[in-house]
Write a protein that binds this ligand. Sequence first.
Ligand code: NAP
Length: 319
Amino acid sequence: MAAIYDRVALIGLGLIASSMAHAMRQNGLANEIVGHARSPETRATALELGICDAVFATAAEAVADADLVVLAVPVGAMGDLAAEIAPHLKPGATVTDVGSVKQSVIAAVAPHMPEGVHFVAGHPLAGTEHSGPRAGFAALFRNRWWLLTPDETTNRAAVDRLRALCVAMGANVDEMDAAHHDLVLAVTSHTPHLIAYTMVGVADDLGRVTDSEVVKYSAAGFRDFTRIAASDPVMWRDVFLTNKDATLEILGRFTEELFALQRAIRLGDGQHLQEYFTRTRAIRRGIIEAGQDTAAPDFGRAPNADLGQKPGLAPKSDG
Ligand code: NAP
């Protein structure tokens, strides 16, 4: 496949950036990939694994002459990085991000973008609970959604070129308004993560259930919560700090539903419970029919060729 960008600069060299590098290399989508991460260890690992052709100690150096700059750091770090790189961006370059929240990233990054540089915010709905440059793999984005949130002022040619890159890495691309994105992700990803964190915290607090029992009998449902709750603490701290309104809105609804179920259990209202669980079961079927998970009983654990995942890694629909 012909290269879509000549030089790509990855700022942050963790799971998402390293997966992008592998996918771009596998498909010949960039002639040169350079990068920056905070720590010398991460930069050295990126060179060792061939993720980057060159790494730089500062983001400013990394973006010089890049046609595409990808901000792949925790959401809370994006604004400062945008300010740092702004004077060094090449005229006509595209800057994108992969942050899990869109309104706050746009508010933090867009004001720094110089005239003639195109900022197109984005978010791949693909991830695992693993972090860092060693966690990446080329198939991460295959058959996953990559959401772009341009507005009416965003350069159309820049959006289409970025879209072509995402598609060439195996993703399906949709465009939507940033506020809508944040609400959708609060439902599908952010609130479920918070619930998983809570459930694992509850089990940890529960003195009557010993640690060994929690681990031994975890396949009863708890195991899936623990996998989600093993996600990167800094990334998820930033998600909740920056998608505050949408998450609180969905949490409010969640609490109401939980109280209704609690009441049904207390009153022995089996009809309410059964009707509720019948409705939720249909949603699971819809996800499988949409190709976003497998119906296999061990879903997410055995290597699954259909989902193109790294052996031993379970796909998560986000971050
Ligand atoms: P990650 O594996 O934890 O990697 C983060 C990278 O950012 C590391 O290379 C880290 O460098 C670097 N970094 C952190 N703060 C920095 C700073 N202030 N300046 C420069 N570099 C900095 O993270 P990730 O999972 O790839 O996530 C990156 C972004 O993608 C986040 O915004 C997240 O919301 C989004 N996202 C994540 C997922 C997911 O499931 N993981 C899915 C979709 C989107 P050091 O190693 O040197 O500390």
